[in-house]
Design a protein around this ligand. Structure first.
Ligand code: TNX
Length: 508
């Protein structure tokens, strides 16, 4: 593995050698390639530099193309690519995703000279991801983000080579997806959000638009309906499906401290307390509901997964919770999808075989979290790592940061970077599919708020997920310099990143 600090790339490629100088570009620079990535490159370069490269579409042009993009499965593992920037550029993707990631790398190599001219830093790169699963979660329930905002978010995270977007579509404060067989969900339970903020929901066409937009950027959408807890909003539409709120001492104390009204069965809840709600586990109608929702979601979700939640069902008796976990994971398989669940569902002995668990405990597991997570593997499933004290994007950067929460940790950029997903649980490395960094939206009222929490820490998670574990570049001192070099790109793309003072942000 050869690395050099002089290439401003995040996540660090598997192998890269910096060349001398730059390959200059102009409007006459010709781009050859029939893949959508060729157009994505032309558009991205124009957004950044104002220069619109020319597509080379005739055979005569082709011979003289300055930038050539093609697919050849032999060059790298899936999603990988090779890239040579010399006097011309040759980008070869192992597949279309690989080409797309090569284009993202090229965008990071694009630099403006002192004299205002533009060029690509010369380099020789061979790249492919460490983990196949590289995800970010966006909570659209506590605050709602509309289709345009989600699309902008997809642009900025796919540029870091993330390939899964998990949408948290239901929670106590609101229901966010059209379900034709249970129309009151959106009619009665979608208009609310935390603290009286505007709500909203995605029609099926909205959702299909998000899925298609993500697919064009090689991201799979994972829809989550959180069950059996985090379901107060379901009870606003269909009170018969949901138990009366269970108000623990801790819940009452937290609500009083926050000055938040307590949840009332069948009425909208605008606070941020967790753990008080549960669907009725011994009512068959609950499973009719779950089956319908899962079926309708499966119909509009081309990706292989449906996430069924399972976190923080604090008022649900354990035996009931386990029964529900077993039934809901089986229902998802019956609908032709693979269930994903937060690690708590691993408490159920007979959770459906092959269910994927999402670990959100800490880097040093507490209580029964590690056992619950390991049970998914014992049942032939696998794990996604979202360790809350390093990978949660909604934690504050520092005590005084205006946005975010603190319950898991204060997470500065360095702590977000320095963790190893295979070192937390006692399971085989092969059982770790990869990582996901969740953004919970209790405190983020706008997309700009979201971006300040997500950037730059999502870049740290991107490197944990993509780059080789053992590599000279895979160290904080290298990362912080490379990360700083993304500032001009983010500014050009209008990404409202937090300029953390740990990072030497570069001006051009
Ligand atoms: C815990 S982590 C939750 C969410 C909250 C989040 C806030 C998890 C699976 N559940 O309901 O939004 O903490 O950080």
């Amino acid at each position: 593995m050869v690395f050099t600090h002089s290439l401003p790339l995040v996540p660090a490629p598997a192998s890269a050698i910096a060349g001398e100088g730059r390959m200059p570009i102009a409007a006459t620079t010709r781009v050859l390639g029939s893949s959508p990535a060729a157009t994505q490159l032309i558009d991205a370069v124009e957004r950044r530099s104002g220069i619109r490269l020319s597509p080379a579409d005739s055979a005569a042009d082709a011979a003289a193309a300055d930038i050539e993009l093609r697919v050849d499965p032999a060059v790298a593992a899936p999603e990988g690519y090779t890239l040579t920037v010399g006097d011309r550029i040759e980008l070869v993707g192992a597949d279309e995703a690989g080409l797309f990631y090569g284009v993202q790398t090229l965008q990071q190599l694009l630099r403006e000279d002192e004299d205002g001219s533009w060029g690509f830093l010369r380099a020789e790169i061979q790249d492919a991801p460490r983990f196949a699963r590289r995800g970010v979660m966006l909570d659209v329930t506590r605050h709602f983000f509309d289709v345009d905002e989600v699309e902008k978010f997809i642009d900025s995270i796919s540029a870091l080579k993330f390939n899964h977007l998990h949408l948290h579509l239901s929670d106590d404060q609101g229901w966010r997806i059209q379900i034709d067989s249970w129309p009151l969900l959106t009619e009665l339970s979608s208009s609310t959000a935390v603290d009286g903020a505007r709500g909203g929901f995605y029609s099926k066409d909205d959702y299909r638009a998000i899925v298609a937009y993500a697919a064009d950027r090689h991201m799979i959408v994972i829809p989550e309906i959180d069950l059996p807890g985090h379901t107060h909003a379901i009870g606003v539409a269909y009170p018969e499906l949901v138990e009366a709120p269970v108000l623990s001492e801790a819940f009452l104390a937290e609500s009083a401290q926050q000055g938040q009204a307590l949840p009332v069965h069948g009425e909208s809840y605008l606070g941020t307390g967790v753990g008080h709600s549960s669907v009725r586990i011994h009512e068959e109608r609950t499973y009719d509901f779950v089956r319908d929702v899962v079926r309708e979601l499966a119909e509009i979700t081309p990706g292989p997964y449906i996430h069924v939640g399972g976190d923080e069902s604090l008022g649900t008796p354990q035996a009931d919770f386990d029964l529900f976990a077993e039934r809901v994971t089986a229902i998802v398989f019956e609908a032709g999808k693979t269930p994903i669940a937060w690690h708590e569902m691993g408490s159920a002995a007979d959770i459906a075989e092959g269910t994927v668990g999402q670990y959100w405990g800490k880097t040093t597991p507490e209580g029964t979290h590690a056992e619950e997570a390991a049970h998914f593997v014992e049942r032939g499933g696998a794990l996604i790592m979202s360790a809350a004290d390093v990978a949660y994007l909604d934690m504050k950067y520092s005590e005084d940061f205006p946005l975010g929460l603190t319950w898991a940790a204060i997470i500065d950029v360095r702590s977000a970077y320095e963790w190893e997903p295979t070192a937390i649980l006692d399971v085989p490395d092969a059982a770790i599919l990869g990582i996901e960094a969740p953004l919970w939206a209790e405190t983020t009222r706008t997309l700009s708020d979201v971006e300040q929490l997500v950037f730059p820490r999502a870049a740290a998670q991107a490197e944990v997920a993509w780059s080789p574990q053992e590599a000279p570049e895979r160290v904080w001192e290298s990362f912080r310099v490379r990360l700083g070099s993304l500032a001009p790109l983010w500014k050009a793309e209008g990404v409202d990143f937090h300029p953390a003072d740990e990072i030497p942000w570069s001006a051009r």
